[in-house]
Write a protein that binds this ligand. Structure first.
Ligand code: GLA
Length: 359
């Protein structure tokens, strides 16, 4: 029997930069997805989840399109692992998870990385973590059909206690950066809006296509290649919407590096300001927030948060805020009140911190 688990993640800053070869700064969450795998002499993997009534039966020679729904993430990993030459054993897998689904905390990457770790362990194969992330991404891109980047898998695999991960997606390097706001009297608060999203729908793909068109028009393989040329470079993009999407990506990359510098100086007021600027850029230039998420972020800041931003792919999910510890309850209460007064469901508010990666 093999037990393996992988965490969800919160992206502190650097949204929609991963598929543009840019920078992001996620943390792994204490919430995890765990797998108990009992290998057997069979050509089927039977997967049960505490969140679903019926088990999913995955033939080991599965191909994209065969399994749908939540089981597609596990089936995608089976397919991508075999495709990269790793032998996969059948058997039964029991999955438990406390990573909320569809809330922008990477429940899908947590599931992929936990299943992948269990299957690779059973096969007695050691796979480099960056390669594991690529296999998880292939499962999601080519089996599930969501054109996502590498952010979520890298966060889940490389997570470290009390550290954020500075990821450079140009050469896929991951550098731990100390991140422990609690030690400075600042809390990282998470507001789960309860508004759910799915990346298989068109909006994520449309944002990605806009960025790719902008890069192509500038004659570069990814927007990262014009980062050093300043925002004037965007004047050469003919479509004004594509230009705004690209502006978000370039300014967001800068904010990631500025945020790392602010954290190094324990300047959480500056770090909070970057959260708020990032939210505005996602609202105005990238247009991936919603009125509901804007209200959570704005009311947190009005009540005394140092800054707040939506985290994850967008169109629902969670907002994070840096809050002076003594104002934690005040800010939580103010946001709950503003949100329910506007007729939305009450958000779930929790404190989060950087936790360990898959293993
Ligand atoms: C989703 C995707 C990631 C990344 C984020 C936005 O979580 O899975 O690859 O693009 O959105 O930063």
């Amino acid at each position: 029997m093999i037990t393996y688990s992988a965490p969800g993640r919160v992206n502190l800053i650097g949204e929609h930069t991963d598929y543009n070869g840019g920078f992001a700064l996620p943390i792994a969450l204490p919430q995890r997805t765990s797998v108990i795998f009992t290998p057997a002499e069979t050509d089927t993997l039977t997967v049960r989840s505490d969140l679903a009534e019926d088990p999913v039966h995955i033939p080991l020679d599965t191909t994209p399109g065969q399994v749908t729904g939540w089981g597609a993430y596990a089936a995608g990993v089976v397919w991508a692992l075999r495709d990269s030459g790793v032998p996969v054993t059948g058997g039964t897998m029991a999955i438990r998870s406390d990573v909320p689904i569809g809330s922008g905390l990477s429940s899908s990457a947590a599931l992929e990385c936990a299943v992948l770790g269990a299957l690779a362990s059973a096969a007695g194969v050691r796979i480099d973590r960056t390669e594991q992330a690529r296999i998880g991404q292939r499962a999601e891109n080519d089996y599930v059909g969501a054109p996502t980047g590498l952010l979520d898998q890298l966060s889940s695999l490389f997570g470290e206690v009390s550290n954020a991960l500075l990821i450079d997606f140009r050469d896929i390097t991951v550098q731990p950066v100390p991140f422990d706001p609690d030690a400075s009297g600042v809390t990282l608060l998470l507001f789960d809006s309860g508004q759910r999203h799915g990346h298989v729908d068109g909006e994520y793909a449309a944002r990605r296509a806009s960025c790719e068109r902008a890069a192509a028009e500038l004659g570069v393989p990814s927007l990262r290649e014009v980062q050093h040329r300043g925002l004037e470079v965007l004047d050469a993009i003919s479509d004004p919407v594509d230009a705004r999407r690209a502006r978000h990506v370039l300014t967001e990359n800068e904010r990631v590096l500025d945020f790392v510098a602010a954290c190094a100086e324990l300047d959480f007021a500056a770090a909070g300001g970057l959260f708020t600027a990032s939210h505005a850029s996602m609202r105005d230039d990238f247009e991936i927030t919603t009125g509901h998420l804007d209200l959570i972020a704005d009311s947190a800041v009005s009540a005394g948060a140092l800054g707040a931003r939506m985290t994850g792919g967008g169109f629902g999910g969670c907002v994070i805020a840096l809050v002076p510890a003594k104002l934690t309850l005040t800010v939580g209460d103010a946001v709950r009140a503003a949100v329910t007064e506007a007729g939305y469901v009450e958000p779930e508010v929790s404190r989060v911190f950087a936790a360990s990666g898959a293993g």
